[in-house]
Design a protein around this ligand. Structure first.
Ligand code: SF4
Ligand code: MG
Length: 339
């Protein structure tokens, strides 16, 4: 089937006083209806920049965006602001970490959900209110016919997050971009929200791009996984491929810094040493080489000089690393063996 969202060689650069920041540097992926793509990486890897570019919410004056973002065949990068306005909140929608930033404190929750509905459907106030109640019920807000008249500050953090999801889904969008939507929540509410998103996806066939720094969240929700580092995709594949047989040293590091998927959960975290790269002045060669424990295993010091291409080996599985397949097997086994 043709992908619903197709991103082709996306490049996003900001001009700053210190020079050009290449925040996303040649990113491609496809997403089909009803699927969830998890994009994982540390902060500054280009995840959020990618979501803003898809939604057309980047600052046009200071940002250069190249490539293609095809939504159901239409290139969003050549769309007018009016066309984007019609799509946002309707065909494509978003939820963020901070619900307070997307909800106005001055209007009731129901009014805000209803306004989005009215804007795209031309429904009456009365219909919009009924729709708001229905959406609040659907996202699990108790007594929605009463809570619909509450202001955001009267909701708990978890409830505000649900209200934001209700607002994002009020027009049954075909694409939902979720950028760290559960990061600020405690583990229980986080699990509830993920279950909610999965249920809603089943019901509506929504395609979801789920952006997070947390591989545990990815393991819970993603069908496919794309690992970003320094504005580039370093590894991608199905969830099982990336989590069970990761190929890239950076992914090994991410996995090593999370509790085991099946083992005891109290394994101490071991974050990857070093800092994410500067995108103003990125490292030469492989952007991960200053932090990579395997760079010296590669023949000819290639890692510091040559950027490894993303090699696609069937079915969308891809890795960008100079290690040979044999080396990867050997080193991954070493890494995966408990000390
Ligand atoms: Fe490490 Fe070299 Fe592979 Fe980059 S290309 S991840 S530096 S081994
Ligand atoms: Mg972010």
């Amino acid at each position: 089937s043709t992908p619903f969202l197709s991103v082709r060689d996306l490049r996003v650069a900001f001009s700053t006083e210190d020079g050009l920041v290449r925040a996303v540097d040649g990113l491609s992926f496809d997403l089909a209806q009803g699927r969830t793509l998890g994009i994982v990486g540390e902060s500054g890897s280009g995840k959020s920049v990618t979501s803003m570019a898809i939604l057309g919410l980047h600052d046009r004056e200071h940002t250069d965006v190249d490539g293609e973002i095809l939504l159901d065949g239409k290139d969003l990068l050549t769309a007018t602001e009016r066309e984007l306005e019609r799509l946002r909140g309707n065909t494509m929608s978003m939820i963020f970490q901070d619900a307070l930033a997307s909800l106005s404190p001055f209007h009731t929750v129901g009014r805000q959900i209803g306004e989005t509905y009215r804007k795209h459907t031309g429904a009456s106030r009365h219909q919009a209110r009924a729709r708001s109640v229905e959406m609040l019920r659907r996202v699990g807000i108790p007594q929605p016919d009463l809570r619909v008249d509450d202001y955001p500050h009267q909701f708990s953090g978890g409830m505000r997050q649900r209200a934001m999801i209700a607002m994002a889904l009020v027009c049954d969008p075909q694409l939902l971009i979720a950028d760290e939507p559960t990061t600020a929540l405690d583990v229980t509410v986080q699990a509830q929200i993920m279950d909610l998103l999965k249920d809603l996806q089943q019901e509506f066939g929504t395609a979801i791009v789920f952006i997070t720094h947390d591989l545990g969240v990815i393991a819970n929700i993603a069908d496919d996984v794309l690992v970003m580092y320094g504005g580039r995709c370093v590894e991608r594949g199905t969830r099982n491929q990336v989590l069970r047989t990761p190929q890239h040293p950076y992914t090994w590091g991410l996995l090593g810094s999370m509790p085991s998927l099946d083992g005891p959960v109290d394994v101490p975290l071991s974050p990857i040493p070093g800092l994410p790269p500067s995108l103003l002045n990125p490292p030469s060669g492989c952007r991960f080489h200053p932090r990579c424990a395997f760079a010296e295993k590669v023949h000819g010091g290639l890692c510091a000089t040559d950027s490894p291409p993303l090699e696609i080996n069937g079915g969308g599985r891809g890795t960008a690393c100079h290690l040979t397949a044999d080396q990867r097997r050997e080193f991954f086994v070493d890494y995966a063996t408990p000390q």
